[in-house]
Design a protein around this ligand. Sequence first.
Ligand code: FES
Length: 125
Amino acid sequence: MDDGNGRVDDSDAEGCGGDGEVRVVVRHGDAETVTRAAVGTTLRDHLLDHGLSPYARLTERANCGGNGLCATCGVRIPAGEPDPTHWHDRLAARFGYPRLSCQIRIRGPMVVELVEDKRVWGGRE
Ligand code: FES
């Protein structure tokens, strides 16, 4: 559970239930949606499955399909941020840019913020 300071308490039974699922809190605008994700799921796919698109209006349809090529699926991860594996994601983590949700495998509880101020490709709806 996020303690409000960007830290996730991994000991939270709701976060790691031992059933192969973990808690993923998604902040979008002023709202927050609590979801459960199967460990190993790509964050992008998890978000889309829950109607929580990481994309801007135009890139919702025109994106690389999760192949790490278009850089339009960025999200911020204030808690539970996994180590980056993709070169773009390593740079994003290093310089504080949004992380590519398609390059993140959910391994533990996390808090995700959809980037609301995307101005390129039509912004968000
Ligand atoms: Fe294209 Fe993530 S969907 S980089």
